[in-house]
Design a protein around this ligand. Structure first.
Ligand SMILES: [Fe+2]
Ligand SMILES: [Fe+2]
Length: 165
């Protein structure tokens, strides 16, 4: 019985992670549409491809667990601030805001996958643990890429504001 509850909890976590990836896809689309710099755009588009894989891997695990992939949780999964940087858009600081929101979103994903992996291991679900590990590796790489680009991000932000320093 405790086992059943553990599996149910695991399915809940996988569902949340799946909703998180769906939200991230929207966020990445919004970032792509507000990014002119070719290098930054390439970085975001590359991660969008990975994010589609994350979503698909989780969908397959949810199906294996007998859970559909309802969009029920989608709206509540990630704070509104992460979705679009709502309210920030008008201020002409998109490069900086996108990088900040992206950095935050990647770390949210990393934390979610750390927990999902461990919960899956406890429940004896090695396949879900592996998906969590694979997805997390991409999030960590993306976080590293954003982390390596703060100087460029500031430069782009200043350019957006007509401030050349
Ligand atoms: Fe992801
Ligand atoms: Fe990500």
């Amino acid at each position: 019985m405790a086992d059943d509850k553990l599996h149910e909890k695991l399915a809940d976590y996988a569902e949340d992670a799946h909703a998180m990836e769906q939200n991230d896809l929207k966020m990445l689309d919004s970032m792509i549409s507000t990014t002119d710099d070719p290098q930054v755009r390439e970085m975001i588009e590359h991660h969008k491809g990975e994010t589609e894989e994350h979503e698909q891997r989780l969908r397959e695990r949810l199906e294996a667990m007998g859970r559909g992939t309802s969009t029920r949780k989608q709206a509540q999964a990630v704070g509104a601030a992460l979705l679009k940087g709502v309210g920030d858009q008008a201020r002409g600081d998109k490069a900086g805001k996108n990088a900040r929101d992206g950095y935050m979103a990647e770390h949210l994903e990393i934390a979610a996958y750390q927990l999902l992996e461990r919960l899956a291991q406890k429940a004896g679900d090695t396949e879900t643990a592996e998906v969590a590990r694979q997805n997390r590796a991409d999030e960590e790489e993306m976080a590293r890429r954003i982390d390596a680009s703060w100087d460029r991000t500031l430069e782009l932000t200043l350019e957006e504001n007509g401030l050349r320093v």
